[in-house]
Design a protein around this ligand. Structure first.
Ligand code: ZN
Length: 531
């Protein structure tokens, strides 16, 4: 029997590790300072060695608990017979590893049920304080330290599988740190970590979906690295390589109960990949425009889209990858129209900037007339919602919905007492000119002026109109009394030339008194205007 004092020096079997994330460092350091390729932390070689000594102590303590007194050396390759080693493995080691592994696997797949990528200048909204990856790397070392005790194929397969998952999880946690805060130059690390995590799973067929997902993510991170530097052309190639493995991963996960928990997360990854694809169009300067300016405006756009919406409706859904994909697709259509390769609905007029408005049909009925003259009237009103309304929050206070729409209920024409009693009213709103404006718009390339893309989705615009209706009832007792149920429906998006921020003049001149009172902070609008 080998005694504890004969135990081989474990530090020699543990390679240099990063003090910050726990990932392996290059084996033969040349200088005094080493930079970790996985988290980017620079550290002194002596400090990295001291950290390895700490790991070795922890491994020793694990072995002492898992093995009977005197048998610890066996794990280091001591010469005891295979049957004895097998018994040590089955009785002491495997149950301990199993308990730790089951908890880690649960946390790993919980992480994987979310998206694992963030667009440039944005963070993943669901992730608050990611776990330290050092724990998963330590587990990986524990598994390695007992390899010589796994003598049969089943035990060896078990160790390979749990080591692969621990490795992948450790790299994913390092990435989670990168994705929860906006850092310049984070993508090369994210790409490398995804690639190594994917490679770690290559011999674990039951985790094929995860292997493919990580491989797709590594290409996606390469593309995002190019996009964040303003090189849309160089992003296209890695983006083409990212989507097929992600789609295939989704298909396999769908058929496999163990991995199906990842489907929602893979969908978010796919949405980010698609958003990145349209981002290449957003970033491509229109004829004569310069790439630096494009990148600058795109950065402002992404930061704006990644911030909470006004009115306290912040939740993970409103900041989802799918929302980013939707809004960036609209921005890309606008950019194509700007470069003359596409068209959007436009109404040109006096102004200094184009702003996108949602066109909303608001069918409603109201009751008019007294006694036997009482009747219901069906009306369909058209309203415009400034799609930039998320910028219109005064301070941090709640948004007044009437300030960012064509306030049609305030603009209702006067009705005589006689008409009201006789039931001759035709509407309780007055948005006539809005319908003419929408009818006068045409599908065209966007001429000359700088353009602000939509900052709200169709659903958000429709919710805002519902809030506006509630607000109008509270403001006007007669409307509250007469207005019957209405279901606003967004039908189009139209770009109108505007003059935001000129004191005393409505931001949309040709809407006259119906013009929204604000389109959002004028400075913010100009910073978001693509040229
Ligand atoms: Zn590191």
């Amino acid at each position: 029997m080998v005694t504890a004092s004969e135990m081989p020096p474990l530090t020699s079997t543990v390679g240099l590790k990063c003090r910050s994330c726990g990932a392996p460092l290059p084996a033969d350091p040349t200088g005094e300072i080493l930079r970790c390729e996985h988290c980017g932390t620079a550290q002194r070689v002596v400090d990295a060695r001291a950290f390895v000594d700490q790991i070795a102590l922890q491994i020793n303590s694990f072995l002492r608990q898992a093995l009977p007194m005197g048998a610890v050396g066996a794990a280091g390759g001591g010469a005891i017979d295979p049957v004895a080693r097998h018994n040590l493995f089955v009785q002491g080691v495997r149950p301990r590893l199993d308990t730790e592994f089951r908890e880690m696997r649960f946390r790993c797949f919980n992480l994987l049920s979310h998206g694992q990528m963030a667009l440039p200048f944005t963070v993943t909204s669901w992730l608050t304080s990611p776990e330290d990856p050092k724990g998963a790397f330590l587990f990986q070392e524990k598994v390695r330290s007992v390899r010589s005790l796994a003598v049969d194929e089943e035990s060896q397969g078990y160790l390979s599988e749990i080591e692969a998952i621990a490795t992948a999880y450790a790299y994913l946690l390092t990435n989670a740190g990168f994705l929860s805060q906006v850092q310049p130059e984070r993508y090369p690390f994210v790409a490398r970590n995804c690639r190594e995590a994917s490679q770690a799973l290559q011999n674990t067929p039951k985790l094929k979906a995860l292997e493919l997902r990580l491989s797709g993510l590594s290409f996606l991170a390469e593309a995002l690295d190019q996009l964040s530097q303003g090189n849309p052309q160089k992003a296209r190639e890695p983006l083409r390589s990212a989507l097929p493995p992600l789609t295939q991963a989704r298909e396999i996960a769908f058929q496999n109960f163990d991995q199906s928990v990842m489907i929602g997360g893979i969908d978010e990854d796919i949405a980010i990949a698609k958003a990145s694809l349209v981002l290449t169009d957003v970033l491509t300067p229109s004829g004569g425009g310069d790439a630096g300016r494009s990148l600058q405006t795109t950065e402002v756009l992404l930061r704006t889209l990644n911030s909470p919406l006004p009115g306290g409706e912040v939740n993970t859904a409103t900041l989802s990858a799918a929302r980013l994909e939707t809004l960036l697709t609209l921005a890309a259509q606008m950019r194509k129209a700007q470069s003359g390769q596409g068209a959007v609905r436009v109404l040109n007029g006096p102004g200094e900037i184009f702003v996108a408005f949602w066109v909303v049909e608001v069918p409603y009925s109201f009751s008019t007339g007294a006694l036997w003259k009482a009747r219901g009237v069906e009306v369909s009103e058209t309203m415009l919602v400034a799609s930039t309304f998320p910028l219109a929050r005064p301070g941090q206070g709640p948004l007044d919905p009437s300030s960012v729409v064509t306030d049609v209920f305030a603009a209702r024409g006067p009705s005589s007492w006689r008409d009201r009693v006789a039931g001759r009213e035709t509407a309780i709103s007055g948005g006539g000119i809005v319908r003419q404006v929408v009818a006068g718009s045409a599908s065209l390339p966007l001429p000359g002026l700088p353009c602000v893309p939509p900052l709200s989705t169709q659903d958000e615009a429709s919710r805002l109109v519902q809030e506006y209706l509630t607000w109008s009832r509270q403001r006007d007792a007669e409307i509250d009394q007469k207005l019957k149920l209405s279901l606003p429906r967004v039908v189009d998006l139209v770009y109108l030339s505007c003059v935001p921020g000129r004191p005393g003049s409505p931001p949309v001149p040709f809407l006259g008194p119906l013009s929204p009172r604000t389109l959002g902070d004028p400075g913010a609008l100009h910073a978001l205007a693509f040229t």
